[in-house]
Design a protein around this ligand. Structure first.
Ligand code: FAD
Length: 307
């Protein structure tokens, strides 16, 4: 049957790299699988990370490089490939990559993250990180006393708008329907804030600016009217796509596709753990992903000891 690892870590963003670091230190026979040519996950493209304790203002790429270099001290094998299939052969986790490679392991930590959904409008990609943001918790502080727009109408959009309204001079909330789908208490709070203006039944058609965001083009879906809003930043909160498709026949997923797991990372399958943005949780950040990676390894050790 070939080699059976003690642990396979899938994904090498902050959660996967932290899990690998802890696994290396615990001397677990570990393999890390990553589909991208470099490690780091979502932070690779983040212009500036200003909320990771102890290293303010570091670029996402630099932080990702430091995570990976630290991990490399453990001398673990990294395999480049996309996991396309995940099955159980009794207690063994069988992981198949896009090139047909099969990895067998007693345990697995799934740390494949979740990608923010895009609006797919003109200017969005070009100005990402230059005023276009997908994370108010991460980037809100850069827009103190400025004018911002939030796009979306669910819980995250409403919470982001409240968070930004406390910092910004003015916050537009642009929602394509005529009511929010969020907790009532949050909606009342948002609507009571004087510097918030909700623009109902509308979508953003374009994001404009030279080096940074300067304005957005908004269209009312009912009347067809168009208007231009001068903004310094636009926060897109229209949902996430968790990278969990491969696991849906084996693991219990929550609505929205996140793997059901608390901070221990324990899933419905013994020996399979979920860490970072891929699992059900409140706050998706680098620090919480790293924390999950460490916790999941503790679970792995307990599981291996019980065999
Ligand atoms: P990810 O970082 O998403 O990493 C997942 C990894 O798994 C990736 O490397 C991916 O290639 C790999 N993978 C996925 N599927 C497969 C597969 N099938 N096979 C193999 N590998 C796979 N947080 C902060 O704390 N501060 C910030 O300033 C900040 N800024 C952000 C800015 C942006 C634009 C975004 C999108 C997010 C930001 N975040 C920030 C959030 C933070 O990046 C995430 O919470 C964190 O990266 C989650 O880490 P993770 O390891 O769970 O997942």
């Amino acid at each position: 049957m070939g080699k059976i690892y003690e642990l396979a870590v899938i994904g090498s963003g902050p959660a996967g790299l932290t899990a690998a670091l802890y696994a290396g230190r615990a001397e677990l026979d570990t393999v890390v699988v990553e589909k991208a040519p470099i490690s780091g996950g979502q932070i690779i493209n983040t212009y500036e990370v200003d909320n990771y304790p102890g290293i303010p203002g570091i670029s996402g790429f630099e932080l990702a490089t430091r995570f990976r270099e630290h991990c490399d001290k453990m001398n673990l094998p990294f395999v480049t490939g996309e996991v396309k299939d995940f099955q159980l052969e009794e207690d063994i986790k069988v992981i198949t990559l896009d090139d047909g490679t099969v990895i067998r392991s007693k345990t697995a930590i799934i740390a494949t993250g979740a990608n923010p959904r895009k609006l797919m409008v003109e200017g969005e990609e070009r100005l990402a990180g230059m005023g276009v943001s997908y994370c108010a918790t991460c980037d809100g502080a850069f827009f103190r006393n400025k004018v911002t727009a939030v796009v979306g109408g669910g819980d995250v959009a409403v919470e982001d708008a409240i968070f930004l309204a406390r910092l910004c001079k003015k916050v537009y909330v642009i929602h394509r329907r005529d009511e929010f789908r969020a907790a009532k208490t949050y909606i009342s709070k948002l609507l009571s804030m004087e510097n918030v203006e909700v623009i109902w039944d509308s979508v953003v058609e374009e994001i404009n600016g030279g080096e940074v965001v300067e304005k957005i083009q908004v269209k009312n879906l009912k009347s067809g009217d168009k208007k231009e809003l001068a903004v310094d930043g636009i926060f897109i909160a229209v949902g996430y796509n968790p990278s969990s498709e491969v696991y849906k026949d084996v693991l219990e997923l929550a609505p929205g596709g996140y793997i059901k797991a608390d901070e221990s990372g324990i899933t419905n399958v013994p020996g399979v753990f979920a860490a970072g943005d891929i699992r059900t949780k409140e706050l998706r950040q680098i620090i919480t992903a790293a924390s999950d990676g460490a916790n999941a390894v503790t679970g792995v050790e307990k599981y291996l000891n019980s065999l």
